[in-house]
Design a binder for this molecule. Sequence first.
Ligand SMILES: Nc1nc2c([nH]c(=O)n2[C@H]2C[C@H](O)[C@@H](COP(=O)(O)OP(=O)(O)OP(=O)(O)O)O2)c(=O)[nH]1
Ligand SMILES: [Mg+2]
Length: 126
Amino acid sequence: MKQVHVAVGVVTRGSDIFITRRPDHAHQGGKWEFPGGKVESDETVTQALARELAEEIGITVGESQPLTVIEHDYGDKRVKLDVHTVELFDGEPYGKEGQEAKWVAIGALNASDFPAANVAIIDALK
Ligand SMILES: Nc1nc2c([nH]c(=O)n2[C@H]2C[C@H](O)[C@@H](COP(=O)(O)OP(=O)(O)OP(=O)(O)O)O2)c(=O)[nH]1
Ligand SMILES: [Mg+2]
């Protein structure tokens, strides 16, 4: 099975992180996620991250730092999550695609609300 390369943004403000909920019909639907999406063939991860965060939560990324890379096999899909922390951005994030969205304290992140691959991301944040 082909691996899908995904740019994922951990958008932070102080000790809070901005998370969104995946649409019910999507892969891993109904779970909370860090906004992001597929890296297109003509893009770098940094470009994909900026594009996805503009599309999904309406912010302009200023700076991002690599946090971790996670490869995970869901059985129906293999993903490589290229996770970046975003501390500098313009605009106030919101669920631009109509998805549920909220700020949550890092300490209150609950891995069981997220897709299985996110356990390692949440561990890296705590
Ligand atoms: N964005 C995001 N994707 C995640 C996380 N954890 C996780 O396993 N994934 C998986 C779910 C999906 O299979 C894949 C991301 O694909 P996506 O559906 O966000 O891709 P996309 O935004 O380009 O959406 P689309 O064009 O396919 O509609 O990565 C996460 O925290 N954030
Ligand atoms: Mg997405």
